[in-house]
Design a binder for this molecule. Structure first.
Ligand code: 3EB
Length: 323
């Protein structure tokens, strides 16, 4: 099984399946250190940089295909790609996602359980006047559709802004782990959002439960925001958006919600680890930090990133993992 940790200093490159650097500049995905590394431009100051490292206890094989770098260990696959900034990204996103999805098939890791997407200028508009996030969603949706993915099988995801570097994305997939996709009964499945949010609904599930063949279960929780049904609540109110986001996370992990998917036991906010908190406005960081310190376990690493979010009225988004 693969698990992750946040590293702020140098770390050993052995037994690493992949890594995502949240740094002060972007870099093309590469294999220079012996594993695939995605470098996202996500912090303004290098003092705030950190790396999420995906560990494995098994030997890895690695490679690159059309710019998509990847490594796999017989149980899990990590792959990462970057798409240059452009006026229209639908086609480039579709192509890069199709390459990554193709790898899951040819390498036989077909149970995709998590993906992350970092989109520069996410709330800007493309040459046809479409928001960049919506343009991105269209390409991703086309790739999953063409690949024959049922909506109910979509993985958990994060889709947030980046300070530069076009679009970086990575995904994690399993070969034989049992995977259950989880929705949140407080929220409409994102893949059923009405058309007013864009020509293609976002392709993701609220969470995935992954049970390793050798025992052990993980819940990968998607980026979660102040969205109830399909509407953004508490426009302009950071404390209230944090509260609604925490209510969404709490309900997602509750015994009642997990039981709808045949899963138990229920989990709590205190069970979340490797938490990332995306905050749109720098001036909200202190407020959000205080709320998160109260809500989550002191044992959890919590990283705060000051980036834009996929809807211009969202101020905060939170993700995490139950190990
Ligand atoms: C939402 O609930 C907030 O497009 O991959 C959260 C997680 C959001 C993932 C994505 C978007 C994505 O709709 C936005």
């Amino acid at each position: 099984m693969t698990w992750s940790s946040f590293q702020t200093g140098p770390f050993s490159s052995s037994a690493v399946l992949g890594a995502v650097v949240y740094g002060p500049r972007c870099r093309n995905p590469h294999l220079d250190r012996g594993f695939p590394e995605l470098t996202v431009h996500a912090v303004a100051d290098s003092a705030d940089a950190f790396t999420e490292v995906w560990h494995t206890d098994r030997p890895i094989e690695r490679g690159a295909l059309d710019g998509v770098v990847h490594a796999h260990d017989g149980e899990s696959l990590f792959c990462a790609a970057r798409i240059d900034s452009s006026d229209d990204c639908t086609e480039a996103v579709r192509a890069a996602y199709l390459t990554a999805l193709g790898l899951t098939r040819t390498l036989d890791y077909q149970r995709i359980f998590r993906m992350w997407n970092f989109v520069e200028n996410i709330n800007g508009t493309n040459s046809e006047g479409l928001e960049v996030y919506r343009d991105f969603c269209r390409g991703r949706a086309r790739a999953f559709h063409e690949f024959g993915f049922a909506e109910e099988q979509l993985p958990a995801a994060t889709g947030v802004g980046a300070l530069g570097g076009g679009i970086g994305f990575c995904l994690l997939a399993g070969r034989s782990a049992h995977r259950v996709t989880i929705e949140n009964s407080r929220q409409l499945p994102a893949y059923r959002y009405p058309e007013r949010y864009g020509p293609s609904s976002p392709s993701f599930a609220r969470a995935t439960h992954v049970a390793a063949a050798g025992g052990g279960a993980f819940i990968y929780v998607s980026g979660t925001a102040s969205v109830v049904g399909h509407e953004t609540l508490h426009r302009g109110q950071i404390t209230e958006q944090c509260g609604e986001t925490l209510a969404n996370l709490e309900h997602l992990l509750s015994a009642d919600n997990l039981a709808r998917h045949g899963l138990r036991p229920g989990r709590r906010l205190e069970d979340l680890r490797n938490i990332k908190v995306y905050v749109r406005h720098q001036q909200d960081l202190l407020t959000v930090r205080e709320i998160c310190a109260k809500a989550f376990s002191p044992a959890a690493d919590i990283a705060f990133l000051n980036v834009d979010l996929c809807r211009s009225d969202l101020l905060v988004e939170i993700e995490g993992i139950v190990f």
